[in-house]
Design a protein around this ligand. Structure first.
Ligand code: 5GP
Ligand code: MN
Length: 330
């Protein structure tokens, strides 16, 4: 462990330089976010895409599903780079995968990895096994947007308010409003503000703007939330189930926000929202105060971070939650 060249930091620095070189000479770039993209995945892809398109490259940004981008994230696509998955070339020239913890997180576009001439992964999930020709993979980064900022800086790219808004959106959401952001991430935020990012304008559509009907849908989900004080080794679990009929009363990005309210319950270390994504299929979103929910997610075939993880399971909601409780209780 003595040689500095063996340290993960050096590996990341080397990968950042390699990524900057790959992107610097690229003429045709396909940037992908994970399925059900959040602000970090889409903001990262759009920040890179915007810089590359301005440099004259042919650029498209996409994700496997759902069909359209979340309404709240569309303002980040200033240049109109988003395309539906069926417009992604079968064999991309350079494929860039942003915030994708596993190949399967590319959904229907996962086959583009093997077909691409060259590929670049930029991600910060500890559960990521690593894939692609160049891997900028750093679990110590608070957001993928932090790594994209490093790559753009290495490219000598000018980061203006448009690119900065994409990066800021990823940074602020993945750190839960800077609660889990270190000094370097705060310095990055300061640089983005200096570049002209209007925080209020970036955040209003993402966090502070909902149709009135959202209030009632949220009330219905929270009303039926359950507290299980014995779960998670006695640390407590708070859970809510969002069947498809309720899912339809939310916009996609709003369902993702439910867990952030649940996790405020003092009596529970772990919060989970089971979102129905198929007749017998549930996507579990987990948050915790101390429990390693990434380990629980990985044990069930999912992934994520120690305090925010997810997995998709088949069955009835009660059995799916029981399977989660079984691994949390270990
Ligand atoms: P969220 O609850 O915000 O959807 O996801 C929290 C974290 O868990 C994210 O970092 C996300 O990448 C990961 N995650 C969520 N769902 C899944 C899943 O079905 N499979 C895997 N591998 N990771 C997931
Ligand atoms: Mn992320």
């Amino acid at each position: 462990m003595s040689a500095a060249t063996d340290s993960p930091e050096t590996d990341v620095a080397t990968a950042v330089a390699a990524a900057a070189e790959l992107l610097g000479s690229a003429r045709d770039v396909t940037l992908l976010a994970h399925v059900q993209p959040d602000a970090d995945a889409l903001g990262s892809a759009l920040a890179l895409g915007t810089v590359l398109a301005r440099r004259g490259a042919q650029v498209r940004v996409s994700f496997g599903s759902p069909a359209g981008a979340p309404e709240s994230l569309r303002p980040l696509d200033a240049l109109g780079l988003l395309v539906p998955p069926d417009e992604v070339p079968a064999a991309p020239d350079l494929l860039v995968m942003c915030d994708t913890a596993a190949v399967e997180r590319l959904g229907s576009l996962a086959d583009r990895l093997a077909a691409a001439r060259a590929s670049l992964l930029i991600d910060h999930h500890a559960s990521n096994p690593g894939f692609g020709d160049v891997q900028v993979l750093d679990p110590s980064a608070e957001a993928t947007a932090v790594l994209v900022h490093r790559v753009l800086t290495a490219m000598g790219a000018a980061i203006d308010a448009t690119v900065g808004a994409c990066l800021y959106a990823g940074l602020v959401t993945d750190t839960s409003g800077f609660r889990r952001a270190g000094p370097a991430a705060h310095r990055m935020a300061a640089q983005l503000l200096e570049a002209g990012v209007d925080v209020e304008a970036v955040l209003r559509p993402i966090s502070d703007d909902h149709p009135f009907s959202w209030l009632g849908a949220l009330a219905d989900v929270l009303h039926d939330a359950r507290l299980d004080p014995d779960a998670a080794g006695g640390l407590g679990l708070v859970s809510a189930v969002v069947p498809v009929a309720l899912m339809e009363r939310f916009r996609v990005e709003e369902v993702d926000g439910v867990v952030d309210l649940l996790r405020t319950a003092s009596e529970a270390d772990v919060a989970v929202v089971a979102k129905q994504v198929g007749p017998r299929r549930w996507s579990l979103s987990m948050r915790s105060r101390t429990v390693d929910v990434a380990a629980a997610a990985v044990a069930l075939g999912g992934g994520g971070h120690p305090r925010a993880a997810g997995v998709t399971l088949d069955g009835e909601p009660a059995e799916v939650l029981d399977r989660l409780k079984a691994v949390l209780g270990r």
